[in-house]
Design a protein around this ligand. Structure first.
Ligand code: NAG
Ligand code: NAG
Ligand code: NAG
Ligand code: NAG
Ligand code: NAG
Ligand code: NAG
Length: 791
C-alpha cells in the first residue's frame, strides 16, 4: 500500500507543492518526503484527530508551531521525536473498527530514526505489534491512556536503547515478560492501571539503571523479587495488586515506596527501613501487617508521608517518642495501637495531617476502642489456631492478619469474572458503535469494575437525593436494629438470601439483606464490589445505605455479607394498582409518573454506571413506592449476588461460545425493556399478570382492542379509562406493545420509552387542565403537579 502511494507522488499537484515547500527553506534541514508522507498517513490512520488538524500537505511538519498536543522533532532530514496527545479528559473513545494498530506500526517503522514515540489518549486499540522492535533507536516510549490489550510483546527487549517505557492506563494483560531484564538502560518502567497478572519476573532485579518501577492497579501476585541490587531505584509503586506476603527488599536509596492494598503480611523489617535515609513516602496501608509498630519510622530523616492505616500493628506508643519535623501526613488509623499519641505529632498539627482513629489510644476521640479490644485482638493476631471448626468461630469479628490459602481461590474467581467481563465489554465497545461516551478505558477495564464506578455521571449525583451517605455498619448495630434477627423482623427470603426489617439507633427504618457467602472471600476481594454497591444510589432505585461483613475467626474470610438498604414504606407498584379497592388505586397521571420513574431507574442501571447492570429481572412486585409515590426499583443485578449464585454476571448464563455471548450482549438492554413492558401492561390493565402465558394473552387482547378503537379502552383498567385522554392512553399502550415485541431489536430503547411516557404525561396534563376534571388520589395528600417536574 505504502509503495503505491510513494510511486504516485510525482503525479499529484498537491504533492508537487509539498516537495517545493520542503525544498525552499534551505537554511533548515529538509524532511524526507517519504517521512512527511508517513506522518500524513498516520494522521489518516488515527482517524484525523483534532490534535493533528493543522497537518496538511503544505504544512512544514518539522517546524510547525509547537503545541502541547503535537510535537515533531527532526534531526537532519529525519524525524527523531513524535508526540501526539489526544484529549486526556477521560472521554477518549476507542478508534473505529476500521483502525488497524498493525498498519499504524508498519507506518511508524518508516520513521527509522525515531528516538521518542509518544502516542497518548488517542483511542488506539489492539495488541501492541512486536514490530515496534524494528524502531531500534527508541529511547522513550509513552503509549498511555489507550486501549492496547494482550501481552506486552517479548520482543520489546530488542529495543536496547530503551530508557523509558510507559504503558499506563491500557488493557495489557498476561505476565510481565521476563525478557525485559535485557533492557540494561531502562530507567522508567510504568504500567499502572492495566490488567497484568502473575508474579513479577526475577529479571527485573537485574535492571541496574531502573529508577522508577510503577505497576499499581494491576492483578500481580506473589512475592516481590529481591530488588536490593537496584541501587538506583527511587520509586517503587505496587499499589493495588495481590502481592505478598513478605515486605519487599529494596536498596537504601528508595524515595517512594507504595505497597497499599496488597497482601503483605508479617512484621515490618524495621532495621532495613530505618536505613532508607532518603525515604520520603511510605504507604503500606490496607495490607495485613502484624507485629509491633516501630516508632523509629516516625523519625526517619527524610520522611514526609507515612500511612500504615488498616493493618494490625500492635504495641504501645509513648508521648515522648520523637518524630521528624518535616512529616506532613501520618495515618495510623485502624490498627491495634495503644498508649499515647506522641506529643510531637499533636503539637504541630497545623503543619500536618495526623490520623489515628480506630485504635486503642488514650485520646479524647470517640473512635478509639477500649484497650481490652486491642489486647484481645493482638492476641488473636498472633496465636489463633488455623482452620478450626467454622461453626464455633463464625460469629467472631476478629480479623486475623494471617494470609491463608483462600487467596488462590479468590484470585481465580476474580480472574474468571474479569475475563468474562472483559470479553463482553470489549466486544460491546468494539463491535457496536458506542452509544454513549465511555469514560476512559472503562468499558474494557473490568478488573477496575469498581474503580470505574467512581466516574459516575452527573446524572447519578443529581439523582441521589436525601439519603444518608454510604457507610459500613457494625454487626452489633444490625443485631440491635433487628432484635438479633428476630422472626418478627423477618421480611422474606429470596434467591439472594433473607431480608430483615430493622430500626437503626437514629430511628430510621432499613431493610437488611443477609447473604451467606458460598465461596471464600476476603474483604479486600470484596472492596471492589462494595465500592460499586455504594455508588448505586439514585432517586429511582432502592438505594444501598451500607454494608457489614461478618468474618470467620480462623482465616479472616467473610462468612456473611449484610447489605443495608433504605426501607420503602408504601408497598409495591402492584399493590397500588391491581390489588385493593378502586379508590386506593393510582390515578392515570400517577401511573405514568411511576412508569417514568422505573424507566429512569433502568436508564441509570444501563448507562450511568460502568459497566452497566443489565438483565435485572424487573418485576412489578420489585418496584416499590415511597410515601411520595416515587417508584423505586428494589432489586437489581448486583454482580456480588449473581456471583454468589454462580450465575454468570454479564454473560447471561451463556458461558460457552463467544457468538452467543456477543448476541446476548447486543440485546442485553432489551431484556429489561421487555420486563418493563410487562410492568406497563399491568399498569395499563390494572390486574395482576403472573405468568408468561398471561402476558401473551393480555398483550394479544390489548392489540386487538387497539385495532378496534385506537386506544384499547375495552381492556384497560376501568379506573383509568374513565379519566384519561385518548392521546395519552394510546401513546402508553403503543409503547407498551413495542416493549413486548418478540424480536429484541424491535423493542424501543429506554430513551424512546421515556420520551413517549413523558409525552403521554404532558398531553394528559393539558387535557386535565382543559376538562377541569380533578383526579386527586386519596392516597396522596400532595399529588404531583406534573409528572414531568416530579421526575
Ligand atoms: C494547511 O494548513 C495551514 C495551517 O497549518 C493552512 O494555513 C493552510 O491553508 C492549509 N492548506 C490546505 C490546503 O488545507
Ligand atoms: C478535551 O475535551 C473536553 C470536553 O470535550 C474539552 O472541554 C477540553 O477543552 C478538551 N481539552 C483539550 C486539551 O482539547
Ligand atoms: C506519558 O503520557 C502521559 C499522557 O499524555 C503524560 O501524562 C505523561 O507525563 C507522559 N510521561 C512521560 C514520561 O512523558
Ligand atoms: C519515654 O517514656 C517512657 C515511659 O513513659 C520511658 O520508659 C522511656 O525511657 C522514655 N524515653 C525517652 C527517650 O525519654
Ligand atoms: C513545628 O514544625 C516546625 C517546622 O514545620 C518547626 O520549626 C517547629 O520547631 C515545630 N514545633 C514544635 C513544637 O515541634
Ligand atoms: C489508576 O486507577 C486509579 C483508580 O481507578 C486512579 O486513582 C489512579 O489515578 C489511576 N492511575 C493512573 C496512573 O492512571
Amino acid at each position: 500500500m505504502g509503495h503505491r502511494e510513494s510511486s504516485s507522488i510525482p503525479l499529484s499537484p498537491a504533492i508537487l507543492s509539498l516537495v517545493l515547500v520542503l525544498l525552499i527553506p534551505c537554511t533548515r534541514s529538509q524532511l524526507q518526503s517519504s517521512q512527511a508522507w508517513s506522518l500524513l498517513r498516520i494522521q489518516r490512520l488515527l482517524n484525523y484527530p483534532p490534535a493533528l488538524s493543522s497537518w496538511n500537505t503544505t504544512t512544514d511538519l518539522c517546524y510547525a508551531e509547537p503545541n502541547p498536543s503535537v510535537t515533531v522533532v527532526c534531526y537532519e532530514d529525519s524525524i527523531t521525536q513524535l508526540h501526539i496527545a489526544g484529549n486526556d479528559s477521560f472521554l477518549a473513545l476507542p478508534l473505529p473498527r476500521s483502525f488497524s494498530i498493525d498498519s499504524l506500526f508498519t507506518t511508524l517503522t518508516r520513521l527509522p530514526n525515531l528516538k521518542v514515540l509518544s502516542l497518548t489518549s488517542l483511542g488506539l486499540w489492539g495488541p501492541l505489534p512486536p514490530k515496534i522492535a524494528r524502531l531500534s533507536y527508541l529511547e522513550i516510549v509513552n503509549l498511555s491512556s489507550n486501549f492496547l490489550y494482550g501481552a506486552i510483546p517479548e520482543r520489546i527487549s530488542d529495543l536496547r536503547n530503551l530508557q523509558t517505557l510507559i504503558l499506563d492506563r491500557n488493557l495489557f494483560g498476561g505476565r510481565i515478560p521476563d525478557s525485559l531484564g535485557a533492557l540494561s538502560l531502562l530507567a522508567v518502567l510504568s504500567a499502572r492501571n492495566n490488567s497484568l497478572s502473575g508474579p513479577l519476573p526475577d529479571s527485573l532485579a537485574t535492571l541496574e539503571s531502573l529508577r522508577v518501577l510503577a505497576l499499581s492497579s494491576n492483578s500481580l501476585s506473589g512475592q516481590v523479587p529481591d530488588l536490593r541490587g537496584l541501587a538506583n531505584l527511587q520509586v517503587l509503586d505496587l499499589e493495588r495488586n495481590f502481592l505478598g506476603p513478605q515486605f519487599p527488599q529494596v536498596a537504601r536509596k528508595v524515595v517512594t515506596l507504595v505497597l497499599r492494598e496488597n497482601r503483605f503480611t508479617g512484621g515490618l523489617p524495621a532495621d532495613a527501613i530505618s536505613s532508607c535515609y532518603l525515604l520520603q513516602q511510605l504507604d503500606i496501608s490496607s495490607n495485613r501487617f502484624v507485629g509491633p509498630f516501630p516508632p523509629s519510622l516516625l523519625s526517619l530523616p527524610s520522611l514526609r508521608y507515612l500511612n500504615v492505616a488498616g493493618n494490625r500493628f500492635t504495641g504501645k506508643l509513648f508521648s515522648n517518642t520523637s518524630c521528624n519535623d518535616e512529616l506532613e501526613f501520618i495515618d495510623l488509623s485502624s490498627n491495634l495501637l495503644s498508649g499515647n499519641l506522641p506529643t510531637c505529632l499533636v503539637s504541630n498539627s497545623t503543619h500536618r495531617v495526623v490520623k489515628f482513629s480506630a485504635n486503642c489510644l488514650a485520646a479524647q476521640d470517640r473512635t478509639q476502642h477500649p484497650p481490652s479490644v486491642c489486647q484481645n485482638e493482638a492476641l488473636a493476631v498472633g496465636i489463633l489456631p488455623r482452620k478450626q471448626s467454622k461453626a464455633s468461630a463464625s460469629k467472631a469479628l476478629v480479623v486475623t492478619g494471617i494470609v491463608v490459602g483462600v487467596v488462590g481461590g479468590a484470585l481465580l474467581l476474580g480472574f474468571l469474572i474479569f475475563f468474562a467481563l472483559r470479553r463482553a465489554s470489549l466486544k460491546r465497545a468494539l463491535k457496536t458503535p458506542p452509544r454513549r461516551l465511555i469514560e476512559h478505558a472503562s468499558s474494557g477495564y473490568p478488573s477496575k469494575l469498581l474503580a470505574d464506578a467512581r466516574y459516575i455521571s452527573q446524572a447519578m449525583k443529581l439523582g441521589a437525593l436525601g439519603i444518608p451517605s454510604y457507610r459500613s455498619f457494625s454487626l452489633e448495630e444490625l443485631v440491635a436494629a433487628t432484635n438479633n434477627f428476630e422472626t418478627s423482623s423477618f421480611m422474606g427470603e429470596g434467591s439472594h438470601g433473607q431480608m430483615y426489617r430493622g430500626r437503626l439507633n437514629d430511628g430510621s427504618l432499613v431493610a437488611i439483606r443477609c447473604l451467606k457467602l458460598k465461596k471464600s472471600h476476603t474483604s479486600q476481594n470484596f472492596s471492589r464490589h462494595i465500592e460499586l454497591i455504594s455508588k448505586l444510589r439514585h432517586r429511582h432505585l432502592v438505594s444501598a445505605l451500607g454494608h457489614c461483613f461478618e468474618y470467620y475467626l480462623d482465616d479472616s474470610t467473610i462468612s456473611r455479607l449484610f447489605l443495608v438498604f433504605e426501607y420503602i414504606s408504601n408497598g409495591t407498584l402492584r399493590s397500588n394498582i391491581s390489588e385493593g379497592v378502586a379508590e386506593k388505586k393510582l390515578t392515570w397521571t400517577q401511573r405514568i409518573s411511576a412508569a417514568i420513574g422505573v424507566a429512569k431507574g433502568i436508564q441509570f442501571l444501563h448507562a450511568d454506571i460502568i459497566p452497566g447492570l443489565f438483565a435485572n429481572d424487573l418485576k412489578i412486585t420489585k418496584v416499590l413506592l415511597d410515601q411520595n409515590l416515587v417508584a423505586k426499583i428494589s432489586s437489581y443485578n448486583l454482580p456480588v449476588l449473581a456471583e454468589n449464585m454462580k450465575a454468570e454476571v454479564l454473560t447471561g448464563g451463556s458461558s460457552n461460545g463467544s457468538k452467543e455471548l456477543n448476541e446476548w450482549a447486543k440485546h442485553a438492554d432489551k431484556i429489561d425493556i421487555y420486563d418493563f413492558g410487562v410492568i406497563l401492561l399491568e399498569v395499563v390493565c390494572g390486574r395482576p399478570i403472573t405468568s408468561q402465558s398471561e402476558v401473551e394473552i393480555i398483550r394479544d387482547q390489548l392489540q386487538a382492542s387497539v385495532a378496534a378503537d385506537g386506544a384499547g379502552r375495552s381492556i384497560v383498567d376501568p379506573v383509568i379509562s374513565r379519566a384519561c385522554c385518548d392521546e395519552s392512553l394510546k401513546t402508553v399502550v403503543e409503547i407498551c406493545l413495542r416493549c413486548l415485541s418478540k424480536e429484541p431489536s424491535q423493542r424501543p430503547s429506554v430513551e424512546d420509552v421515556l420520551w413517549n411516557l413523558q409525552f403521554a404525561a404532558q398531553v394528559q396534563d393539558a387535557w386535565r387542565g382543559d376538562s377541569q376534571s380533578s383526579e386527586d388520589s386519596p392516597l396522596s395528600p400532595h399529588p404531583p403537579s406534573s409528572p414531568l417536574t416530579v421526575n
